[in-house]
Every structure is written in C-alpha cells, then in structure tokens.
Design a protein around this ligand. Structure first.
Ligand code: PGA
Length: 249
C-alpha cells in the first residue's frame, strides 16, 4: 500500500525566524500522525533552523530545487550536497514556477535528478500541462514528453527514491483546481507510463501527488481517488490550521 505523503511547498515565503515558529506550532499539532508522511519545503535559507527545530519530529524537511553539480562557479545556486548538509532530505525538482520563470527544462531536471539521487536524497519530480495544452487536448503528450526527458537514464532501482507530482499549471495558485476525476485520469496515465517504461511492480509502488490549489475543502475528494497518493501544496500549507487540516484529510 502506498503511504500518503502531504508536502508543503512554501515557495518564497517566511523568514528563518518565522519558519521556525511555524514548524514548532505544526510539530505540536501533528505529533500523533503516523499513517502518512508530512514534509515541509521552506526557502533554503530557513532549512538549517527548521531542520534543527524538527530534529525529533515526524515532520520531514525538504528543499525546493537543487543544482546538477555539487559545487562550482554557479552564482546564486545551491547543490544537493549543501542542502543535505543543512538538513534537507527531499528535493522538489521541475516545479512549474522554475520551468516558467527560471527557464527550467526537462534536460536540466534530469541532470538535477541524477545528482539528487547520487547524494542519497529523495526527489519530487513535477510534471503538468498548461491551460492551452489542456484545451487543445495534448495533456497526455505533454506529460509523456516531460516524463521521458526527466527520467532519461534513471534506473529501476532509483524509483524507490522518487515521488512524482502532477501539477496542472493552470491550477497552481489560481484557486482553480482540477476535478478529482481529471486529476485521477492523469495520475493513471502517469502510472501506466511507469509500468511500460519500468515494470508494473515499480509503477504500483510509485507515489504520485497532486498539486494545484489543494486546500482543506477539496483534499478529501482528491485523496479519495485511487491513483492520488498525496498532495503538494503551496498557499494552503502556509498556515498551521490549514496545513494540519490537509494532513488530517
Ligand atoms: P498552490 O501551489 O497550492 O498554491 O496552488 C501548489 C504548488 O505550486 O506546488
């Protein structure tokens, strides 16, 4: 059985001080939670203090991106090795905001994924179509191209360290979420792709999160879908009550 994984992607919100106060509050609220994984991904600057504050917690710490090299002349970047040393154990890769604003490509995501795995970390790999792509009926083709690019050269043995997040770009931060059925359909397509590319067993074990305007009001219906194994949440993960409600869907 796939253990649900609820992740908060804080994006560019919260200073280190605010982040620590926030996770202390969260930790107190979520102490009894054992049947699902809980992950927070603060801005990188807050990772060391958040990881320290959560060192005896069941809440895990992740990062929002990582470079394809471990060091080098790459101004403004952070490597998975550094993020690991700071306390992050999971790295989000290929978020649509990185694709949209920072020229992220499938080829770069693939290189980053290889380096994340080489560092013994886990990755959340994001895929998703734009509104125009959905409206012109090319959603599956777009997702397939992204998967092919991101997973090029990734071996079967690595899949245990990978979570896929389906995040339709048109649903992120817009308040417009995909219906549970729409999301489930794409999740099923993604799982089928993994079954074909790897094998059925690995595809069945793979966790696929949905992301895009997930909130306490809609998470139950989303998580009730057989192919949806968790949520990657932006806006609604920034308040303790709301994130607690999401975790307890
Ligand atoms: P949102 O963001 O929940 O604010 O739509 C989701 C995401 O970007 O991961």
């Amino acid at each position: 059985m796939r253990k649900p994984v609820i992740a908060g992607n804080w994006k560019m919100y919260k200073s280190p001080k605010e982040a620590v106060a926030f996770v202390r509050e969260l930790d107190a609220k979520l102490k009894d939670v054992k049947d699902r994984e809980v992950l927070v991904c603060p801005p990188a600057l807050a990772i060391p203090s958040v990881a320290e504050a959560l060192s005896f917690s069941n809440i895990q710490v992740g990062a929002q991106d990582a470079h394809w090299e471990n060091e080098g002349a790459y101004t403004g970047n952070l490597s998975p090795a550094m993020l690991k040393a700071a306390g992050a154990k999971t790295i989000i890769l290929g978020h649509s905001e990185k694709r949209q604003y920072d020229a992220e490509t499938d080829e770069r995501i693939n290189r980053k994924l290889k380096n994340v795995l080489k560092n013994g970390l886990r990755a959340i790999v994001c895929v998703g179509e734009t509104l125009k792509e959905r409206e012109t009926g090319v959603t599956e083709g777009v997702i397939e191209t992204q998967l092919k690019g991101c997973f090029s050269g990734i071996g079967l043995g690595d899949l245990a360290s990978i979570i896929v997040a389906y995040e339709p770009v048109w649903a992120i931060g817009t308040g417009k979420n995909a219906t549970p059925e729409q999301a489930n359909e794409v999740h099923a397509f993604i799982r089928k792709w993994f079954a074909t590319r790897y094998n059925q067993e690995a595809a069945t074990a793979l966790r696929i999160q949905y992301g895009g305007s997930v909130k306490p009001e809609n998470i139950k219906q989303l998580m009730a879908q057989p192919e949806i194994d968790g949520a990657l949440v932006g806006g609604a993960s920034l308040k303790a009550d709301s994130f607690e409600a999401l975790v307890r869907f």
